[in-house]
Design a protein around this ligand. Structure first.
Ligand code: GLU
Length: 451
């Protein structure tokens, strides 16, 4: 097939996928972004199209939706919706986080699951892709309410997961506390100490050292690798970071360790800019211990920091940007602002935080752009290392996990870089990540027959 035929075929496939998955714009966006880059590999390997690989890849193997009833502290009954989308298990058990946030719906979970398939393939660690969550809003809920919600959620989910089947972890709204309550309920229902059924567990009961840090650390390592490619390093670079959750905090920690200066953080209320650089101890105290808001950071930090309510963090001038909050948080206008202010590189800590228009703008302006599938794969990679430790009943030192994480992030960078070059798109990490992830999953699917 010529390039034109392939593009046409992909366009009609995309239209079909859009039609049969109505009202799921984020899922459409994630699929479109991948299909747009696959033409060269489909031309080089016609057997993929013959085996209906794209059609199969875009349809989850299984989608589970369930009711999650729970009682608040006053005894009032609430009903939320629970999801688990088991997207693809050609490379290993389904693997991916759970998100508890009011914005969660089937389309969001599918976009995240779809991304996860490629991301997990890029780690090279034998994990399939899945994602789950609920439209439950944990904000302002007591510990006891969170526990009851998690127990109710697991009371349905337990029958679908297992260390060899599907291994959930955290995402937005799900951290060590929630994983603890989920694990407790799983253990109670199944009467099994099955450490490898969930990752992101606490230290002392099967969790891996460096798992909380891994997504942020990994993203900075990916950013460093992109800069190295251009003959630069992180030393002295001013960084704009969005978000203030687990990914953002450990992104900042690694940036500081490598000599860069993160000057911002944000939440849904607005952003903070700190001329002296973010004081991480203060931010951790407010976010991780007190579960507070970033506006409190500005109040307590003193003269160097100010809170900008409802502002766009991307208006702060910086050398590098690391979006670490949520999907579509950086749009075309933001990209123009960043480019005008001289940004050199952007690396995605969150999943799909950059809109397609913004990605396009960065790439045509020669800004190095690291897509989340590659750049934020460190989190799930260390989850896979947690599974390895669980299976062998050992726990590794922090140094050993960090060493592995470092090697994995370098390998992912090299793989994306080389794949982009091989397919005629040098420097295009989006194409490199999509094709390299696709090839790994597609080859396994091809070998395993039409299932
Ligand atoms: N939610 C994380 C991600 O987006 C981590 C998933 C995991 O550790 O399984 O990759």
């Amino acid at each position: 097939m010529t390039r034109l035929d392939t593009k046409d075929a992909l366009a009609s496939l995309y239209a079909e996928i859009e039609g049969r998955n109505p009202a799921q714009p984020e899922f459409h966006q994630a699929v479109h972004e991948v299909l747009e880059t696959l033409a060269p590999v489909l031309e080089a390997r016609p057997e993929y199209a013959e085996a209906g690989l794209i059609e199969r890849l875009c349809e989850p193997e299984r989608q589970i939706i369930f009711r999650v009833p729970w009682q608040d502290d006053r005894g009032r009954v609430h009903v939320n919706r629970g999801f688990r989308v088991e997207f693809n298990s050609a490379l290993g058990p389904y693997k991916g986080g759970l998100r508890f946030h009011p914005s969660v719906n089937l389309g969001i979970v599918k976009f995240l699951g779809f991304e996860q398939v490629f991301k997990n393939a890029l780690t090279g660690l034998g994990i399939g892709g899945g994602k789950g969550g609920s439209d439950f809003d944990p904000r302002g809920r007591s510990d006891a309410e969170i526990m009851r919600f998690c127990q109710s959620y697991m009371t349905e989910l337990y029958r679908h997961i297992g260390e060899h089947t599907d291994v959930p972890a955290g995402d937005i709204g799900v951290g060590t506390r929630e994983i603890g309550y989920l694990f407790g309920q799983y253990r109670r229902i199944t009467n099994r100490w099955e450490a490898g059924v969930l990752t992101g567990k606490g230290q002392g009961w099967g969790g891996s050292l460096i798992r909380p840090e891994a997504t942020g650390y990994g993203n900075v390592l990916f950013m460093a690798a992109m800069l190295r490619e251009r003959g630069e390093d992180l030393e002295g670079q001013t960084a704009v970071v969005s978000g203030s959750g687990n990914v953002a905090i450990y992104t900042m920690e690694k940036l500081i360790a490598l000599g860069a200066n993160p000057v911002t953080c944000s939440d849904s209320g607005g952003y903070v800019v700190d001329d002296k650089g973010i004081d991480l101890e203060l931010l951790k105290q407010i976010k991780e211990v007190e579960r507070g808001r970033v506006s409190e950071y500005a109040e307590r930090r003193g003269a160097s920091a100010r809170f900008v309510p409802n502002g766009r963090v991307w208006e702060v001038p910086a050398d590098i940007a690391l979006p670490s909050a949520t999907q579509n948080e950086l749009d075309g206008k933001d990209a123009e602002t960043l480019i005008r202010n001289g940004v050199k590189a952007v690396s995605e800590g969150a999943n799909m935080p950059t809109t397609p228009e913004a990605v396009q703008l960065f790439q045509s302006a020669g800004v190095a752009f690291g897509p989340g599938k590659a750049a934020n794969a460190g989190g799930v990679a260390v989850s896979a290392l947690e599974m390895t430790q669980n299976h062998s009943r050992t726990s590794w030192t922090a140094a050993r996990v960090e060493e592995e994480l470092d090697r994995i992030m370098r390998d992912i960078h090299t793989t994306c870089h080389e794949t982009a070059e091989r397919y005629g798109a040098p420097g295009d990490y989006v194409t490199g990540a999509n094709i390299a992830g696709f090839e790994r999953v597609a080859d396994a699917m091809l070998a395993q027959g039409v299932i």
